[in-house]
Design a binder for this molecule. Structure first.
Ligand code: KG4
Ligand code: ZN
Length: 358
């Protein structure tokens, strides 16, 4: 017997924008302000071992793996939520973009086929909105009053994007600035490659950084003093490269590697935190949120947490498994979209869009 709240709806969510094949089932109930959203199941199949040898994600390899995993992963999410094969699913939410087109196509076309066969309507979700809305799960858990967190300054930092957003309320947001070249996560990954560290670079660099001295090398803080909310990380990455060349040795001691990682990480954190706090001041924000894969970084989480405490602001960041790509955040965002009046689409109205912007 399937139990659910009266009038609640069930969302099957699918995410395949890069190298994680993920599905989740969520229960959603409309409400004034904050909807009720409960995760019934969440499954992620990471492709890390597949891409490790190549030192990064190979789009065609990723897409082939999505094709292989998508059905078993969706089945597992449905089984774990007691909804197998597709019992009482009201909506199918799917990541529409941005991301790698071959990867996106697998999730979108799978969702469209399910919709074609069953008539279940689709909710195409912007992957970056997925990250943006992921911290709201925590706000809901804490039973915060919705009006208490807005305006909110939200920092969304992933492998492909670095975006500073002003959330005026739960429906309306505005991009204040973004990276003009590399994303923060991309810089972590490239520095890891220069140090010959395994893929994915971010978590490895951040683990090594914990053993190093963040003041050992004074790397540049790009665009820190520019009066805008844009970011640039390509110069910082080049500064690390020049530093390595100047050391002129192929075999770095662990302590040297750790100092490079810690100093690089500190430069990234300084820029991200300083610009976030500047926006908080200008827009008189009542809270700060942090999301995206780089939000799993301890130094960044701790720094923003500390600054928020000093300013007496609430700070929201998802638990680490909700920072990197996952379908649960796509389902959460679909729930907020529905609550904000979104009209679901038919399978004929949805196409993958690798360049979708926030
Ligand atoms: O959001 P995400 O899973 O995928 C994209 O939408 O891009 O983010 C992945 C990025 C990668 O660049 C990865 O290296 C970075 O997040 N990342 C981290 C950490 N964990 C993941 N960067 C720094 N520190 C971490 N602990
Ligand atoms: Zn992402």
């Amino acid at each position: 017997m399937l139990r659910k709240r009266k009038n609640s709806k069930i969302i099957l969510a699918i995410e395949t924008s890069c190298d994680e094949t993920s599905a989740a089932v969520l229960e959603f109930q409309e409400a004034n302000g904050f909807p009720y959203i409960k995760t019934l199941s969440a499954v992620i199949k990471s492709q890390i071992t597949l891409h490790k040898n190549m030192g990064g994600v190979v789009p065609e390899t990723a897409a082939r793996a999505h094709v292989q995993y998508i059905r078993p992963i969706v089945e597992k999410a449905l089984l774990n939520a007691n909804r197998y094969p597709l019992s009482a699913i009201d909506y199918i939410a799917v990541t529409q973009g941005p991301g790698l087109l071959p990867s996106l196509l697998v999730g979108v076309e799978f969702a469209k086929s399910l919709s074609f066969a069953t008539g279940i309507p689709l909710i195409p979700v912007n992957h970056m909105a997925g990250h943006l809305y992921s911290p709201f799960k925590q706000i809901k858990d804490l039973r915060f009053k919705i009006q208490d967190c807005f305006p909110q300054v939200s920092l969304v930092v992933s492998g492909g994007h670095t975006i500073l957003v002003l959330m005026k309320n739960i429906k309306e947001y505005k991009v204040l600035g973004q990276t003009v070249d590399d994303a923060a996560g991309e810089a972590f990954d490239k520095v890891a490659k220069m140090l010959k560290l395994p893929y994915p670079g971010g978590p490895v660099v951040s683990r090594l950084a914990e053993q190093g001295n963040p003041k050992a090398i004074n790397f540049p803080r790009p665009m820190l003093n520019q009066k805008n909310y844009n970011f640039s990380f390509s110069g910082l990455k080049t500064a690390v490269l020049y530093h390595l060349k100047a050391l002129s040795t192929k075999h770095l001691a662990l302590s040297t590697q750790a100092n490079i990682c810690a100093s690089f990480e500190q430069a990234v954190v300084d820029v991200l935190v300083t610009k976030t706090l500047r926006a908080v001041k200008e827009f008189k924000a009542k809270s700060i949120s942090l999301s995206g894969g780089v939000a799993a970084n301890n130094a960044l989480r701790e720094s923003l947490n500390l600054k928020s405490k000093i300013l007496n602001l609430d700070f929201f960041v998802p638990q680490k498994n909700l920072c990197t790509d996952n379908a649960e955040m796509i389902g959460i965002t679909a729930g907020f979209m529905l609550n904000n009046g979104y009209k679901p689409k038919t399978y004929k109205q949805v196409e993958a869009n690798p360049n979708l912007s926030l």
